[in-house]
Write a protein that binds this ligand. Structure first.
Ligand code: MN3
Ligand code: MN3
Length: 320
């Protein structure tokens, strides 16, 4: 009988410095939804039209579904193919933060919406044809794709598929509305930016090991998948944004982010759209404040750091 040795992770022997720098980056920018004063947005919320409120609810429902997928099947799909033990530790951090993201939309709902409205949002999310199609395409790859295909699907989700939803809070932020809701979205965007960059980087390591012919085949598959997803996003975007007249602007924003996803994967852009084509109000929403799109940005200024105080006797009375 051969002896099995279990290997302890040694952070003093780093095989890939990107693992260490990503771990440090992600842990430095750790945050929780409960520290954002969402109720300060209630005045803005009450002034929105019924159509706009409906849009916000649906957009966040869709984002909840994607973050739920990433926290449940997304990280599990790529965990089996790690190249280093430190990569697995980074994935543990990412997986937990995906749960924080998914939960923060519920914090937004519980602040802005009634119980009935929240039920309707989840019912819509769990049955919407475009959202379900999007989830099905990605999940099929998570279940049956190759190691590299799974990383492509994950990077597309992180850097492209979220943005049909992110447009709405960024648009309001650019118009000085719903600033605290937007602060949460900016914290999420900052995380997704690191996730997409990191998983895309790990993809590139594997891609560079392929033969030229295998690379060509992979590239064809990637562009086909992106087209397929973009087509579905077009339908989703129209169904959500035609009622407020923002559809074309959202689609430009999506093409810009699709190119960023390809860039994370080390590939050439597919669409002609650049940052200059995106509505400046939305780009402004991404870049204002201290949290921004940049991998090396700092903790957002709307984020209230917990103040430490001594425990009191009544800290143990949990409303009993
Ligand atoms: Mn997320
Ligand atoms: Mn993510």
């Amino acid at each position: 009988m051969s002896q099995i040795y279990y290997k302890a992770i040694n952070w003093n022997e780093i095989e890939d410095v990107i693992d260490k720098s990503t771990w440090e980056k992600l842990t430095e920018q750790f945050w929780l939804d409960t520290r954002i004063p969402l109720s300060n947005d209630l005045d803005d919320w009450r002034k929105l039209s019924a159509v706009e409120k409906d849009l916000v609810g649906k957009v966040f429902g869709g984002l909840t579904l994607l973050d739920t997928m990433q926290s449940e099947s997304g990280i599990e799909a790529i965990r089996a193919d790690v190249r280093t033990p430190h990569e697995e530790a980074v994935l543990n951090n990412i997986q937990f933060m995906e749960s924080v993201h998914a939960k923060s939309y519920s914090s937004i709902f519980s602040t802005l919406n009634t119980k009935k409205e929240i039920e309707d949002i989840f019912e819509w999310t769990n049955t919407n044809e475009y959202l379900q199609k999007k989830a099905e395409i990605i999940n099929e790859i998570y279940l049956n794709g190759s190691a590299l295909q799974k990383k492509v699907a994950s990077t597309y989700l992180e850097t492209f598929l979220f943005y049909s939803g992110f447009f709405t809070p960024l648009y309001y932020l650019g118009n000085n509305k719903l600033a605290n809701v937007a602060e949460i979205i900016k914290l999420i965007i900052r995380d997704e930016s690191v996730h997409g960059t990191y998983i895309g980087y790990k993809f590139q390591l594997g891609f560079n090991e392929l033969s030229e012919q295998e690379q060509d085949e992979m590239r064809d598959w990637m562009y086909d998948l992106l087209y397929q997803l973009y087509e579905n996003e077009e339908g989703y975007t129209k169904s959500l944004y035609d009622q407020v007249g923002w559809t074309e602007e959202v689609l430009t924003f999506l093409r810009y982010n699709a190119n960023k996803a390809l860039m994370n994967l080390g590939q050439d852009p597919l669409f002609p759209d650049s940052a200059d084509d995106v509505n400046p109000i939305v780009m402004n929403g991404i870049s204002t404040g201290t949290s921004n799109h940049d991998f090396f940005s700092q903790v957002g200024n709307g984020y209230l750091l917990g103040t430490v105080e001594a425990m009191q006797e009544d800290d143990y009375n949990y409303g009993l």
